[in-house]
Design a protein around this ligand. Structure first.
Ligand SMILES: *Cc1c(COP(=O)(O)O)cnc(C)c1O
Length: 399
């Protein structure tokens, strides 16, 4: 029988992995959709064998062979998502958590457990990631620097270097290969939430850890909260041990939704990126707009600054949803200084390039002319001499 499973895994393209990875055993089981296993515990009449499996997990963090013992230790539905994401990112393993912040917390705890509490990080980061490091909530100490300053900021107790590229919310990009080189033997964590493995695979450029808020593009429909770290099997083992001990597990239903989300990730990201690139072009040509930020690698996020009051744009959209978060099939817009990055000290925020006029838009799959009509209306008349003929004509639901 000629099935995609007959092609060696290493030679499958991303689009093929997206719909087949984590599902290789289904046909043999007589299934097509992945089953959802909601068990919290699993029967075993062999407690000697169970003891040996728990010992093995305690030693390496490797996933126990055979059925799971307890849902905090592992779940087969979540494991499918982890397998699939690891394939997409080109890593040996991936470990899923209840949210992106739970995933980052687990990474920090793994390093802190080795006495490596110092983190070198590049701003901007997602507001709560910045807050977690700055406030030292998990006992870490952070040195903020730019990519060129990373090598000099490293100390004997540095356990992690962290960067986002493109960064939330400015879409600033970092040369990951050069940064990985500057890190030496210290693990580089790249938050790849904005790029997704469709546009960028940080491990190929020397990163050791790839973090996702899976709440965003991986889930892709605004209805599942999750986080995941893609990495080598050794680090994954430590992450599983921390997850087991601290409990930030992903629910199996979320694991199912994420596996389903991955299957359309490449088409969603490409289609939304086309829309975003077109909107970035139109915004850049618009006299009511002071600056537009759109990454060289592309993507579905656009940031821009208006000459007018950004709060008026938020109040003026009708088709686009004014809401924090990103990566869904529909378009969202928010004001980082008020919401996603509010928790960051105002001077630190501005110093990282997050101006009080910046708006961040996550572009979805709507028709691009409908999106533009909504933005055009929300931008209003702008400065009087810049009033455009298009202002005021809006389409879409809710108008
Ligand atoms: C949203 C986000 C996070 C946090 O993820 P949650 O799933 O909300 O916990 C981390 N990094 C980036 C870049 C994000 O956008």
């Amino acid at each position: 029988m000629d099935t995609p499973m007959d092609i060696p895994a290493a030679r499958r393209a991303l689009a093929t992995e997206a719909v087949h990875a984590g599902r290789d055993d289904l046909a043999r089981q007589g299934l097509h959709a992945a089953p959802i296993d909601l068990s919290t515990t699993y029967p075993s009449y062999d407690s000697r064998g169970e003891a040996a499996r728990i010992d093995a997990f305690a030693a390496t963090g490797a996933e126990p062979d055979g059925p799971p013992v307890y849902a905090r230790l592992g779940n087969p539905t979540v494991a499918r998502f982890e397998t699939a994401l690891a394939r997409l990112e080109g890593t040996e393993a991936a470990v899923a958590f209840a949210s992106g912040m739970a995933a980052l917390s687990a990474v920090l705890l793994v390093r802190a457990s080795l006495g490596l509490r110092h983190v070198v990080a590049v701003r901007p980061l997602y507001g709560c990631s910045d807050h977690l490091l700055t406030a030292g909530l998990l006992g870490s100490e952070v040195t903020w620097t730019d990519p060129a300053g990373v090598a000099d900021a490293l100390r004997p107790d540095t356990g992690l270097v962290m960067v986002e590229s493109p960064a939330n919310p400015t879409l600033a990009e970092t040369d990951l290969r050069a940064l990985a080189h500057a890190c030496g033997s210290v693990p580089l964590l790249v938050d790849n939430t904005f790029a997704t493995p469709v546009l960028q695979r940080p491990v190929e450029q020397g990163a050791r850890l790839v973090l996702h808020s899976a709440t965003k593009y991986l889930g892709g429909h605004g209805d599942v909260m999750a986080g995941v770290v893609a990495c080598d099997e050794e680090f994954a083992g430590r992450l599983r041990q921390v997850r087991f001990a601290t409990g930030g597990v992903l629910h199996p239903l979320a694991g199912y939704l994420l596996l389903r989300g991955l299957s359309t990730l490449p088409v969603r990201v490409r289609a939304a990126s086309e829309n975003a690139a077109e909107l970035a072009r139109r915004l850049a040509a618009d006299p009511r707009v002071a600056a537009v930020h759109y990454p060289r690698i592309g993507g579905a996020m656009v940031a821009f600054e208006t000459h007018g009051d950004p709060h008026d744009v938020i109040g003026g959209v009708r088709l686009i949803t004014p809401a924090v978060s990103l990566g869904s099939v529909d378009t969202l817009i928010q004001h980082p200084a008020s919401i996603s990055h509010r928790i960051v000290d105002a001077d630190d925020r501005r110093g990282a390039g997050v101006s009080d006029r910046l708006l961040r838009m996550s572009v979805g799959l709507e028709d691009v002319d409908d999106l533009w009509a909504d933005l055009d209306g929300a931008l209003g008349q702008g400065p009087a001499e810049h009033a455009t003929a298009g202002a005021g004509h809006r389409t879409g639901p809710g108008v």
